[in-house]
Ligand binder design. Sequence first.
Ligand code: RNT
Ligand code: ZN
Length: 419
Amino acid sequence: MTRKERYESAREMYAKIGVDTEKAMEILKDLPVSLHCWQGDDVTGFDHDGPLTGGIQTTGNYPGKAKTPEQLMADMDKVISLIPGKVKLNLHASYAIMEPGEFVDRDKLEPRHFAKWVEFARKHNIGIDFNPTFFSHDKVKDGLTLSSPDEETRNFWIEHGKACIRISQYFAEETGIPCVMNIWTGDGFKDIPADRMGPRMRYKEAIEEILSEPYDYAKVKPCVESKVFGIGVEAFTAGSAEFALSFAATHPGKCMPLMDNGHYHPTEVVSDKIPALLCFFPEIALHITRPIRWDSDHVVLFDDETREMAKEIVRNNALDRVYMALDYFDASINRISAWTVGFRSWQKALLMAMCTPNEMLKKLQDENRMTELMVMQEEIKTYPFGDVWAEYCQRCGVAGDNSWFEEVKKYEEDVLLKR
Ligand code: RNT
Ligand code: ZN
């Protein structure tokens, strides 16, 4: 059978259970998913020489890491040529591009420092998401930024946040696509604190100050990302889950919560949290990653929890309410491949969720036909999803199988190993 024939046969099988594979592909191909620039250079950025701090860590020393904006952009061009669907660029403030000899600290960053990224986005006809960088900087004082008891420190980082709001507004205006601006700090303590509320009150007030910078919520979408712990801040993080959710809930029309599925206790699942939040928040944001035992930020795979998260977005008709962004960084393997596998995995998860007879399954649940529900859920696991995926990739002009990896090997030889 040819690929086309295989797809036709799959399409018929899915149609019999009420799934429209054509519609699924149509929707998915235009659905933006944010691709994080930081996989390409191990979260280093261009504005400092220091180490990566803030409770996050990359491990590995695979050759070919991008060291300049040009290299990072070339690498992202390569990735974009290998993945189906619609990309959005996700940038951190530390990826500012200065003029030669120029140094501007983070509190003084301006839109012009990101003009080259806007050019990049224009070239690909995509939007940009943004993140203030509250880590890897000498003004992180005793592990604290926005929650620091030191006013000067706090103000520096508040000014950084405000600068980032202005830059986000610039991105939205230049691209015509809203910019999701995510606030995450690694603020916390290694050991048992004597005051948990003080840092959180300072954090709350600092975010409020950042959000007092004027912006249009239709264009700039600030989020607050929570985290349970980080390396070196095991005992306490200021931006805990309850903190971030409560902040977002009490500032409607100003910001939304962001859940990173690496940021919870290992038996908690974000797939279950998505529908809970959707009951209350008009919009939410996600960082999609793969935690192994902790927030290890491994490459996203087409695994059970990834699929479950995609299902919750799709079957609750929330594709226009959930901002999806990848967030992981593996320095131990080819970085182009890491990006590509992760993006393709999330695309697969979304496509599979769309190729699931969600209405029929919900009905079985509502009629308490739980035995049948189990049988049906097991049945569709072996439906010919691979044939739909191959067709989707073909229509997007990329390889439907692993032949894209040949391109990566060639790029490694021709470009990465020469760096
Ligand atoms: C860290 C958070 C945060 C970062 C990026 C680089 O644990 O997940 O989102 O990964 O901002
Ligand atoms: Zn994250």
